[in-house]
Design a protein around this ligand. Structure first.
Ligand SMILES: *Cc1c(COP(=O)(O)O)cnc(C)c1O
Length: 353
C-alpha cells in the first residue's frame, strides 16, 4: 500500500476512484462510458446538478443567493476572471506567496491593485496581520491556504467590499463562516477531484458588469445562465468531484472531516516539533493543516531518509521546487495511518540514523 502525500493532483478516496473507473467502463448501466455520452443527456445533467447542489450544501450556502459553477482553466484562470468580472476601479490583495502573487499580477493588468501586506520578506513563512484595508475598493482577495509554504489563514479581515478567496488547497477541509465570502474558487485537484474542473461559488448580487461586456467564456453571468454548461464541461472531472463531495456528505460533511484533519495535523507537527533532525518551515502560529512543510537539518542523511521513505511506501513528499525540503500534504482523503507511517520513519531516522 502506498501513502500518497502528493500536493496536487493528490489522493482521492479509494471508493471514489473505483466508482469513477467503473463509470468510465459503463455509466449507470447504460452500456456506454461516462466520457462518450452527451453532456446534455439526462444522466449527465443529473451529475452536474448534484455536484453543484452538494458543493453549496457542504459549504452551508444553499438558498443564500450563491451559484456553484464547474469551470475550466484551473484556479489560474480565476486569477484573471475575478478582476475581469469585478473590477470597476481598484482592488486589494494580500500577498501570501506564489499563488497570490500570480493573482496580483493578473489583477494589475486590469486596474489599480493595492497589495495590503506581504510576507515575502521571510520567504512567506507567515501570514501578515494588522494591515490596513483600503476603503472604496471593488473587492478584497485572499488565499486561504498557501500550498507551497504550508501556511493557512485563520481570520479573513473584511471591509464593506466583496470578499474573494482562493481556497484551492483547503476547501471542504475545515468549517468557516462561508457566508463571509462573496466569491470562492478552487481548482478541483487538491481536495475534490481530478485536474480539469474549477469550482467557483459566487454570490450573484456582486456581479454588476453589464451582461455581454465580456467574452462569454470569461463571464460568470454567461456560465450562470448556462447552468455551468455554457459549453461542454469537463465531464470526467465534474463526475469525480461529485463523487468526492458525495463521499464527504455521507460522512457528515465538513463538521466530521475537520476533527480528522486536526488530528492528522497534530500528529504531524508534534513529530516535527519534538525532533532535532527536522525543522518546520512555516511559523507555528500560521501552520497549515493541509500542507506541512519541513526541512532535514542534516543533509548527509538525505539519501538514508529517502530510502526509508521508499521502503515504507511513502510518495509525494518532495517540497515545492521553489522552497525545497519536504512537504506532507494531508488532504481530506489521506488517512491518519499514512501520517503515522511517515512520523514513524522520521522517528526511526532520528534514533538509528
Ligand atoms: C494549485 C493552486 C493554484 C493553481 O491551480 P491550477 O488549477 O493549477 O491553476 C492556485 N491557488 C492555490 C492556492 C493552489 O494551491
Amino acid at each position: 500500500m502506498k501513502h500518497n502525500f502528493s500536493a496536487g493532483p493528490c489522493i482521492l478516496p479509494r471508493e471514489v476512484i473505483e466508482r469513477a473507473a467503473s463509470a468510465v467502463l459503463d455509466f449507470n448501466e447504460s452500456g456506454l462510458s461516462l466520457i462518450e455520452i452527451s453532456h446534455r443527456s439526462k444522466d449527465f445533467v443529473a451529475v452536474m446538478d448534484k455536484a453543484q447542489s452538494l458543493a453549496l450544501k457542504l459549504l452551508g450556502l444553499e438558498n443564500k443567493g450563491y451559484k456553484a459553477l464547474f469551470l475550466q482553466g484551473g484556479a489560474s484562470l480565476q486569477f484573471a476572471m475575478v478582476p475581469m468580472n469585478l473590477f470597476q476601479r481598484s482592488a486589494a490583495y494580500l500577498d501570501t506567496g506564489t499563488w497570490s502573487t500570480k493573482a496580483i499580477e493578473e489583477a494589475k493588468r486590469m486596474g489599480t491593485t493595492h497589495v495590503m501586506a506581504t510576507s515575502a520578506d521571510q520567504g512567506y513563512r507567515y501570514i501578515p496581520e494588522g494591515f490596513d484595508l483600503p476603503q472604496g475598493i471593488d473587492y478584497v482577495h485572499y488565499t486561504s491556504n498557501n500550498t507551497i509554504y504550508g501556511t493557512q489563514m485563520a481570520r479573513f479581515p473584511k471591509t464593506d467590499a466583496p470578499l474573494v478567496c482562493d481556497m484551492s488547497s483547503d476547501i471542504f477541509s475545515r468549517q468557516l463562516d462561508f457566508e463571509q465570502f462573496d466569491l470562492i474558487y478552487a481548482g478541483a485537484q487538491k481536495n475534490m477531484g481530478p485536474a480539469g474542473a474549477t469550482l467557483v461559488v459566487v454570490k450573484e448580487s456582486i456581479l454588476k458588469k453589464e451582461k455581454g461586456s465580456l467574452p462569454a467564456m470569461l463571464d460568470y453571468q454567461a456560465h450562470i445562465k448556462g447552468e455551468s454548461m455554457y459549453n461542454t464541461p469537463s465531464v470526467f472531472a465534474v463526475y469525480v468531484s461529485m463523487l468526492t463531495l458525495d463521499w464527504l456528505d455521507r460522512q457528515g460533511g465538513i463538521a466530521q472531516i475537520e476533527p480528522k484533519n486536526r488530528e492528522k495535523g497534530r500528529v504531524m507537527y508534534e513529530a516535527i516539533d519534538k525532533s532535532e533532525l527536522f525543522e518546520g518551515y512555516a511559523h507555528a502560529k500560521d501552520r497549515s493543516l493541509m500542507n506541512a512543510t519541513f526541512n532535514l537539518n542534516r543533509p548527509e542523511l538525505t539519501d538514508r531518509f529517502n530510502e526509508l521513505l521508499r521502503e515504507a511506501g511513502i510518495e509525494g513528499l518532495a517540497g515545492h521546487r521553489s522552497v525545497g525540503g519536504y512537504r506532507a500534504s494531508m488532504y481530506n482523503a489521506l488517512p491518519l495511518s499514512s501520517v503515522q507511517a511517515l512520523t514513524e520513519v522520521m522517528g526511526y531516522l532520528e534514533q538509528k540514523g
